[in-house]
Design a binder for this molecule. Structure first.
Ligand code: MP5
Length: 207
């Protein structure tokens, strides 16, 4: 049987839940997150997004031409996102030249490593990374300010549509993947689930 994005979510539902339902997000929703924890996440996520941008560029470089439109749209949105991160950091007087923490570095190293994997693994990985934030920021429900702006960035309808388009690209690539490559896709999906969970936990330890 050919694996699909939907099947991955069903097969590894617990790992996915751990990646997207986390005390960090619950405490943003309750307004009880410590500013230091939130700021740690913000700076580390900026560092992550820099490497993620390089990752998306590499996915584009491997993509079939009919996938360009959606992937270029994603890269264009990253241009605005990097500017937005800088503005948020400035508002909070945060230093974006900070060192990446271990979990952030490990995540970025994995993105780099995935360069050597087949396109189908890369595009499914890209979908999983975007879905993690889309669902993670959406699931807790309405957040109070200042967190509402962050929840909106990844939870809004346009971003949800973008993630659905990525799912279509991944499913199309998966439909012709052999069993060995499908196994690689599954392992990458689980790796992303675990790195996402670790990323939230990393921010929580900053108190
Ligand atoms: C994303 C992110 C979503 N910003 N950080 C982590 C740790 N995972 C996923 O990526 P983007 O580019 O912000 O939509």
């Amino acid at each position: 049987m050919t694996i699909t994005c939907d099947l991955l979510l069903k097969k590894y539902s617990q790992a996915w839940r751990d990646a997207t339902v986390h005390p960090f997000l619950t405490q943003c929703q309750l307004g009880t997150i410590y500013p230091k924890q939130f700021n740690t996440w913000l700076v580390q996520d900026y560092l992550f997004v820099i490497e993620f941008t390089r990752f998306v560029a590499r996915v584009l470089a491997n993509a079939p031409i009919h996938h360009f439109d959606i992937l270029l749209g994603g890269l264009n949105a990253l241009k605005d996102e990097l500017i937005w991160f800088k503005a948020k950091a400035e508002e909070r007087q945060l230093d974006l030249l900070a060192e990446p923490q271990l979990t952030c570095s490990q995540y970025c190293e994995y993105l780099e490593l995935s360069t050597s994997m087949p396109y189908v693994v890369q595009v499914t990985t890209l979908w999983a990374i975007e879905l993690a934030y889309n669902q993670g920021w959406q699931l807790p429900g309405t957040m109070p300010e200042p967190y509402a702006e962050f929840a909106h960035r990844w939870g809004n309808q346009d971003f949800t549509e973008y993630v659905k388009l990525l799912e279509r690209l991944a499913d199309e690539a998966l439909s012709t993947a052999n069993e060995t490559i499908q196994a690689q896709v599954e392992s990458s999906f689980l790796k992303i689930a675990s790195l996402e969970q670790d990323f939230w936990s990393m921010a929580m330890t900053a108190i």
